[in-house]
Design a protein around this ligand. Structure first.
Ligand code: FES
Ligand SMILES: [Fe+2]
Length: 484
C-alpha cells in the first residue's frame, strides 16, 4: 500500500485529491481504519418493538442480527454460525425466539446463546469435548442507543456513544424526538448507486450550494412554496460534535407561526414545545432557522423538508428521512433510506408526510434522482489517471489567508451549539474529511479472537485421524493464538 500521508495533508488544507472518490487503496484503508472503529448506525428501536423482533443489517461485509431478546434488551449479534460459519439468519426481518442454522442445525436463542447442538454427545463428546455453556453468537464489540437510534462499533474500546455524538445530539432531537415517544420508521428502501459513499455524506452535511443548480427543475415545477432555489443561501450551516447540517431561514413570526409555516399541525407544535429545550425552541422561534439536511460522521444522514403534497393547494407538509451510505466498494454504495415520523402524530399526518417523503427522496424521489446523477458521474471520472493530477478546491467559505468569507454567528444571533454561519460554504464537508483523515492516519489495532467451545490454553493440538495426513503440529497452535 502506498503512503497516503500526502493525500491526508492535502485534505487537511481543504484541497481534495480527486481520486479519493474512486480509489481501491483508499477504500481498503477506510475499511481497516475507519469502519473498524467508528460508531455506525444500524437500526432504530421502533423497527424491533416486540420481544423476538429482529432485522438483519450490514456493516461492510459483516452481517448483524439486531434483535430484541426475551428480556426486551437490544442485541447486535454477528450473523455467523459458531460451527462452520454459515449465516444463521437468512431473512431480512421477522420475529423469532430462536435462530437455527440451515447448515447443520445448531440453534441459538435471540440473545445469541447456543441452545441446540445436534448430536452433541455423539459428535463432540458432550460438554467435555465442546463446552456449549456460555457460547454465544459474537456480539458487536460495542453497542449504543440514542433516541432509539441503535449504533454499533467494531471497537470494543469505542468512546461512549453520547460522547461521540456530543453537541450533535441537540440537532438529532429535531429529527428523532418531536415528542416523548420519539419516532417510528418505515423502510428502509434499499438500492445501489455506482458512487463513492463519501459524496452523499458530504452533500447532506452542508451542500446548500448545489440546490439552485442541481434541483432547479424541482423548484420550477412548484414542489416548494419558495419560488427560488437560491433561498438556501439565507440559511445557516452548523457543525456540532461529530455531525453538521444545514438550515433554512424562516419568515418573521412567533415560534408557532414558524412551525406552522413549514406545515406542522398545532397538536405536534404543542408536543414539540413540551419536548424541546428553550435553546432548541429558540433556534426556530427567536433566530428563525429550521433544520434541513445533516450528516453524522461517517455515513449517516438526515433530511427534513416541507414540499407541497397536493397540487392545487398552497399547503406544505414536512417529512423526515434517515439515510445511510453503506459502502460496497470504492465506487458503489448501497443507500438505505427510511421515512421517519413522530409516533404521536395523527394517522392523517403520517400518511401525508410519507407521501411528501416519497415525492422528494427514496429510490423514486425527485431530489434523489437529481443528486445521484452527479455523484455517479463524479465517481466515474475520479477513477482515471487525470484525476490523480487534480486537487479539487474544497475551501469554500475560506479566504486564501485562512480568514472567513463570512464570520460565524454569535450566541446572540444563533442559540444552538456548534460553529454556525449564514450562506454557502464547505466548512462541514471539511469537518467530515478532517475526521476521515484522522482515522486513515491511525493504524488499527489487532482484534482479539474468540475460541469457540475450547480453552485455547489447555486444548490439545487437533491431531489428524490417520498417520498419513500431512499436518504439522506447529500449524495448529499458530491458528489458535489468542491475539492476531
Ligand atoms: S455451520 Fe451452522 S450448524 Fe454447521
Ligand atoms: Fe441534493
Amino acid at each position: 500500500m502506498t503512503d497516503q500521508s500526502v493525500v491526508l495533508q492535502d485534505v487537511r488544507q481543504g484541497m481534495i485529491p480527486a481520486h479519493i472518490y474512486n480509489d481501491k487503496e483508499i477504500f481498503d484503508l477506510e475499511k481497516e481504519r475507519l469502519f473498524s472503529r467508528s460508531w455506525l448506525f444500524v437500526a432504530h428501536e421502533s423497527e424491533v418493538p416486540e420481544t423476538g423482533d429482529y432485522v438483519v443489517r450490514r456493516v461492510l461485509e459483516d452481517s448483524f442480527i439486531i434483535s430484541r431478546d426475551e428480556m426486551g434488551e437490544i442485541r447486535a449479534l454477528f450473523n455467523m454460525c459458531l460451527h462452520r460459519g454459515m449465516q444463521v439468519c437468512r431473512a431480512e426481518m421477522g420475529n423469532a425466539s430462536h435462530f437455527r442454522c440451515p447448515y447443520h442445525g445448531w440453534s441459538y436463542r435471540n440473545d445469541g446463546r447456543i441452545v441446540g447442538l445436534p448430536f452433541h454427545q455423539e459428535a463432540f463428546g458432550g460438554e467435555e469435548g465442546f463446552r456449549k455453556k456460555g457460547q454465544t453468537l459474537l456480539p458487536a464489540p460495542s453497542l449504543g442507543i440514542y433516541n432509539g437510534l441503535i449504533f454499533i462499533s467494531m471497537d470494543p474500546d469505542a468512546q461512549p456513544l453520547e460522547d461521540f455524538l456530543g453537541d450533535f445530539k441537540f440537532y438529532l432531537d429535531y429529527y428523532t424526538k418531536q415528542s416523548t415517544d420519539g419516532i417510528e420508521l418505515r423502510g428502509p428502501q434499499r438500492w445501489r448507486i455506482k458512487a463513492n459513499w463519501k459524496i452523499g455524506a458530504e452533500n447532506f452535511a452542508g451542500d446548500m450550494y448545489h440546490t439552485p443548480q442541481t434541483h432547479t427543475s424541482v423548484v420550477e415545477i412548484g414542489l416548494f412554496r419558495e419560488p427560488k432555489a437560491e433561498k438556501r443561501k439565507d440559511g445557516t450551516t452548523y457543525w456540532a460534535g461529530n455531525g453538521g447540517g444545514t438550515t433554512y431561514k424562516l419568515p418573521e413570526g412567533s415560534l408557532e407561526d414558524r412551525l406552522r409555516y413549514v406545515g406542522y399541525p398545532d397538536d405536534m407544535i404543542e408536543r414539540m414545545k413540551e419536548q424541546w429545550s428553550q435553546q432548541q425552541l429558540d433556534v426556530i422561534g427567536k433566530d428563525g432557522f429550521m433544520i434541513s439536511a445533516a450528516s453524522l460522521f461517517p455515513n449517516m444522514s438526515f433530511v427534513h423538508n416541507w414540499p407541497r403534497v397536493e397540487e392545487d393547494s398552497d399547503e406544505v407538509l414536512p417529512f423526515i428521512s434517515i439515510r445511510q451510505w453503506q459502502p460496497i466498494s470504492e465506487n458503489e454504495t448501497e443507500v438505505l433510506s427510511w421515512f421517519a415520523v413522530d409516533k404521536n402524530a395523527s394517522e392523517e399526518y403520517k400518511a401525508l408526510s410519507y407521501k411528501a417523503y416519497l415525492m422528494c427522496f427514496g429510490s423514486g424521489g425527485m431530489f434523489e434522482q437529481d443528486d445521484v446523477e452527479n455523484w455517479v458521474s463524479l465517481t466515474n471520472t475520479a477513477a482515471g489517471s487525470m484525476a490523480r493530477r487534480l486537487l479539487l478546491n474544497g475551501r469554500m467559505g475560506l479566504l486564501e489567508n485562512g480568514g472567513n468569507v463570512v464570520e460565524p454567528l454569535t450566541p446572540e444571533q444563533y442559540s444552538g451549539p456548534g460553529s454556525t454561519r449564514v450562506g454557502y460554504s464547505e466548512y462541514n464537508q471539511r469537518e467530515l474529511l478532517l475526521r476521515w483523515a484522522d482515522h486513515l492516519e491511525r493504524p488499527a489495532r489487532a482484534a482479539a479472537q474468540l475460541h469457540v467451545g475450547v480453552d485455547p490454553v489447555s486444548a490439545a493440538p487437533a491431531a489428524c485421524a490417520t498417520e498419513t495426513a500431512p499436518h504439522t503440529a506447529a500449524a495448529v497452535p499458530a491458528m489458535m493464538s489468542q491475539e492476531a
